[in-house]
Design a protein around this ligand. Structure first.
Ligand code: UTP
Length: 302
């Protein structure tokens, strides 16, 4: 068996929470995970795992729940299907399936009760051990077709700035801040921001900025103890934001990195943004995009 031996400071582990109910996308998500919904050719979670691998991560833990086994099946080899495609000379399709051979090891654990994002991350405590790790939300793609180098940049900053946490952020329209966790910036150095605190879903007038947390994080394992101290909210959910707030209050170094303009966040948690993401990715499809563009023009002209 090939054993990997990584220098201690290299971050190789990522936790991808995919256990949520996806209620905002019902009925589409009644019996299939929202993270498996296709955006053009691939399910969301495939873009996420390819992004992580391209950013140097070597081990991915999916925090799953009931009804999520199709995620495990998707990343597994399917020798029967491969044999059939080979026999029928469908080499392009075979190539489209070779993501299951990426240089990464997948792990799976279950969140027994959907008690919020903080609780889902806590399910990865033994996986992470004493090492820092990346968190990537399984329902958000960063950059068109998942082409993003932000996680690698965050990992680098985490190491060079001796941070306790790094969060990716994106500027959102001021009137939309109430939908997001918003950063209260203490200071800014280019696109790197020292975070004084985070405010969960503030009113427009109370928002300290329009920088919204954008689905990617790097954490020191310290975060686990802080999550354990968070009281569940009125819906019984343990919020990850509360644990990061505690980090800030303890005076630890929490930084935010702005996503570059070329790497927007595609949040697939609600229908308007799912529709927009699908159309944008489909338009970028080299084979079918141009015809779709023409068809959309006709539809919009009617
Ligand atoms: P969301 O809060 O957007 O997901 O979490 P949700 O709970 O499925 O959404 P709605 O409100 O019911 O529509 C962001 C990510 O965290 C995961 C989700 O699967 C999603 O990928 N998550 C959320 C968990 O793994 N466990 C939880 O308890 C909550």
């Amino acid at each position: 068996m090939r054993r990997h031996c990584y220098p201690q400071r290299v971050i190789v582990n990522a936790i991808v929470p995919v256990a949520g109910f996806g209620t905002r996308l019902l009925p589409a998500t009644k019996s299939q995970p929202k993270e498996m919904l296709p955006v053009a050719r691939k399910p969301i979670v495939q873009y996420v795992s390819e992004e992580l691998v391209n950013n140097g991560l070597k081990q991915i833990l999916f925090v799953t729940g009931r009804g999520k086994t199709s995620i495990e099946n998707h990343f597994d080899h399917d020798p029967e299907l491969s044999r059939l495609l080979e026999k029928t000379n469908k080499h392009e399709l075979l190539e489209a399936l070779n993501f299951s051979e990426m240089d990464v090891k997948y792990f799976y654990t279950r969140q027994p009760v959907q008690r919020g994002l903080g609780d889902a991350i806590l399910c990865g405590e033994s996986f992470a051990g004493q090492n820092p790790f990346v968190v990537a939300l399984g329902d958000s793609i960063i950059g068109l077709n998942g082409k993003s180098s932000t996680v690698a940049r965050m990992v680098h900053l985490f190491q060079t700035h001796h941070a306790a946490a790094i969060v990716a952020v994106e500027e959102v329209p001021r009137e939309e801040v109430r939908h997001y966790g918003i950063v209260d910036p203490a200071s800014m150095d280019g696109d790197v921001i020292r975070v004084a605190n985070l405010i969960e879903k503030p009113a427009v007038d109370a928002a300290p900025s329009n920088l919204a947390i954008a689905a990617r994080y790097v954490f020191s394992p310290l975060i686990f103890d802080l999550i354990k101290q968070v009281e569940p909210d009125h819906r019984g959910e343990v919020q990850l934001t509360n644990a990061i707030q505690r980090m800030c209050e303890e005076g630890r170094r929490v930084l935010a990195v702005k996503l570059p303009a070329t790497e927007r966040r595609f949040d697939i948690g609600n229908f308007p943004s799912y529709y927009e993401s699908f159309v944008e990715f489909a338009l970028a499809d080299p084979e079918h995009g141009p015809a779709l563009r023409e068809r959309l023009k006709q539809l919009l002209a009617d």
